[in-house]
Design a protein around this ligand. Structure first.
Ligand SMILES: Cc1cc2nc3c(=O)[nH]c(=O)nc-3n(C[C@H](O)[C@H](O)[C@H](O)COP(=O)(O)O)c2cc1C
Length: 200
């Protein structure tokens, strides 16, 4: 049964709690909401991998992560921007599954702004001359660095991109001894939110 979210204290509280958990990634490096699984589809083949959540803005319905512009996941998202982000917190016993559309930002103001906030360590990930997921003859990045002609230190920004995932649905499952609780939140194109209780 769908309800108007604004009339419902229970949903308001639940969303505020989710907001607090996902905001915690900024001050708590050990937050279990820091890592999530990103699922994409390329043709008929699904693919899933771990990414680090870098930013969450509930009001804007956005989740963001950093990646390499040349990576297979970016190719897949450009081909089909529909994707899913999945979080599970063992501590909170909560699973969050977002249905999103991804937008890749590179060489623009947002990418530059976020790149300026990255650490040297993060930038190093993008300095590699060869595209991610292509085979190389070295067993580690350190070994590759010793063959420094393979590294182009200036190209990190060129390879860096921000993936902004705009979500329209959130399936929230809370595991509880007294009975699991599951809600499906949906935002329409005006940003109006509705909630449905689902069988867990
Ligand atoms: C804990 C963890 C965090 C990761 N975070 C990211 C990330 O934020 N961005 C990213 O592009 N890859 C990240 N990866 C690597 C991806 O999971 C994946 O292996 C790689 O990006 C290749 O994915 P693709 O071939 O689908 O593009 C992470 C891996 C692990 C294990």
């Amino acid at each position: 049964m769908s309800t108007n979210i604004l009339d419902n204290e229970k949903h308001h509280k639940n969303l505020m709690l989710i907001d607090t958990h996902l905001k915690s990634i900024n001050d708590n490096n050990k937050s279990s909401f820091k890592k999530c699984a990103l699922a994409t589809q390329y043709g008929l083949i699904p693919e899933v991998r771990t990414v680090i959540l870098r930013k969450w803005v509930l009001k804007r319905q956005t989740l963001m992560f950093h990646t390499d512009l040349r990576s297979p996941k970016v190719k897949q998202l450009k081909h089909n921007p529909n994707c899913s982000l999945l979080f599970y917190s063992q501590t909170e016993q909560i699973q969050l599954r977002f249905r999103c559309r991804a937008h890749i930002h590179s060489h623009n103001r947002l990418a530059q702004y976020i790149y300026n906030e990255t650490t040297q360590h993060q930038r190093e990930l993008y300095e590699w001359d060869q595209a991610p997921s292509t085979p190389h003859p070295y067993s580690s990045l350190n070994e590759a660095k010793r063959h420094s002609q393979k590294i182009n230190l200036k190209s990190a920004y060129d390879h860096f991109c921000v993936c902004v995932c705009n979500f329209t649905e959130l399936d929230c499952l809370s595991l509880k001894k007294e009975g699991h609780v599951r809600f499906l939140y949906k935002w329409d194109k005006h940003g109006t939110l509705s909630a449905t209780t689902l069988v867990a």
